[in-house]
Design a protein around this ligand. Structure first.
Ligand code: AMP
Ligand code: MG
Length: 414
């Protein structure tokens, strides 16, 4: 049996990054920048105040205290969005609101809480000494014009889109999203509706389509193929011709009707490519059929995931998701975040030479992470996967004694 690390290295060695594409910034969430972005202007574009208060000359407030305030003449008012037209001279101040441009001559802002207005005398009492620059946001303090604001390889998050908008950048060059085909297999699998004898509904396809979308790919529904070699072969060939990567589920173990293995191998032979079938030393998700097959313009990785829904889910997480992300320009090939959690009830297991990936609920209890099994651990019990926030990674041994710490790969927010 292959170790998890070796199996991951094997599937990752076959990956190449997709081409760049120019798309609207507002469609680019989660995408990876293909080129550096250089700021053509400064953000903020002008010096402005970070506080509601009074723009003034710091030197005028020397020695000011609550008992011994300094009186300044208020010569005007500046709201955010206003253009300053008055210049401040010694002994003067301008009432100013957060975001309003600094008037000429002023070098500091005194927050309104340290002032007392004297309207009768058109003046304000300043109750503390300002330093030059106090509460002034300089032009370019966020982004300086001419600098690389985001380097190629940056994953665009909401804050990145906000910065791009502040620079009036509406189009971005990113690595394009992978089109990922998802095919279910099995004579017993139906999409929906009443169940005939021996039939069950397809849970893998909707689950995998959603997982692919969550990873930032474009999901392509390839439907359900019955356990028939020719039909499975035809469906996989269509997938290779229309997608950048394929996920199939079922028909990869050692049953009599496990035609996915046969079909992938045949396609790899016909088109050119590599095929391999592995037993990985993990539980669940032991069998893994993997191929790269020459598609229309590039090599298409095909993941033959196991049929049991929990196995399918876990196999996708461990093998397919990192590869799909690498195709889309992510350079981080690691798994999801891995954390240490106390297991108050323990996570005991039997010795079998495999890495166990137990589905666990994870919660933050008094600032520390705790985990416990999220139900029955059989590989068909998908409700236990749904209830889990993580996979406890239990290497071969006795597992984790009650109160000891487990290593957990987080699958979602807590
Ligand atoms: P297989 O690897 O094809 O023998 O499938 C293993 C188990 O997973 C069997 O019990 C199948 O009925 C089940 N299974 C396979 N595909 C799906 C699917 N798409 N949705 C739900 N269960 C499935
Ligand atoms: Mg099957």
């Amino acid at each position: 049996m292959m170790t998890l690390d070796d199996a991951r290295a094997m599937v990752q060695s076959a990956v190449s990054v997709l081409d760049p594409i120019r798309i609207a910034r507002d469609d680019a969430i989660g995408a990876v920048l293909a080129v550096d972005i250089v700021a053509s202007e400064a953000v903020p574009p002008f010096a402005n105040t970070a506080m509601d208060g009074y723009a003034l000359i710091a030197a005028d407030t020397r020695g000011a205290t609550e008992q011994n305030p300094v009186r300044l003449l208020v010569i005007g008012d500046l709201a955010a969005g206003a253009a300053p037209h008055q210049m401040i001279r010694r002994g003067e101040a301008i009432r100013i609101m957060t975001g309003a441009p600094m008037p000429q001559g002023a070098d500091a802002v005194m927050m309104v809480e340290r002032t007392e207005r004297d309207d009768a005398n058109q003046s304000v009492l300043i109750q503390s000494a300002a330093k030059s620059g106090d509460h002034v946001r300089r032009a370019g303090g966020d982004v300086d014009a001419g600098t690389v604001v985001f380097a190629a390889g940056t994953v665009l998050r909401p804050a990145h889109l906000g910065v791009l908008a502040s620079l009036d950048i509406a189009m971005v060059e990113v690595v394009r999203r992978a089109r990922v085909g998802v095919l279910s297999t099995g004579d017993e699998i139906v999409a929906s509706g009443a169940l005939g004898p021996g039939k069950i509904r397809d849970s893998n396809r909707p689950m995998l389509l959603a997982m692919v979308a969550e990873a930032g790919c474009e999901p392509v529904d390839l439907g359900i193929a019955p356990d028939n070699e020719a039909t499975i072969f035809a469906a996989i060939r269509v997938g290779v011709d229309t997608c950048d990567a394929l996920l199939t589920s079922g028909a990869v173990s050692v049953g009599d009707y496990d035609f996915v293995k046969v079909a992938i191998e045949r396609l790899a032979n016909e088109r050119g490519g590599e095929y391999g079938w592995q037993q990985v030393a993990i539980k669940p998700a032991k069998p893994l059929a993997f191929a790269t097959v020459r598609g229309a313009s590039r090599n298409v990785p095909i993941f033959g995931l196991p049929g049991n829904p929990v196995s399918s889910h876990v196999s996708y997480e461990l093998f397919a998701r990192p590869v799909l992300r690498m195709m889309m320009g992510h350079t981080d090939t690691a798994l999801r975040p891995i954390v240490q959690c106390v297991a108050p009830r323990g996570l005991l297991r039997r010795l079998d030479g495999k890495l166990h990936l137990d589905r666990v609920r994870v919660a933050s209890v008094d600032g520390a992470l705790e985990c416990e099994r999220s139900g029955e651990q059989a590989s068909n019990v998908l409700s236990g996967m749904a209830a889990a926030q993580g996979l406890a990674m239990l290497s071969d041994g006795e597992g984790v004694q009650p109160g000891d710490v487990a290593t957990v790969m987080l699958l979602s927010d807590l």
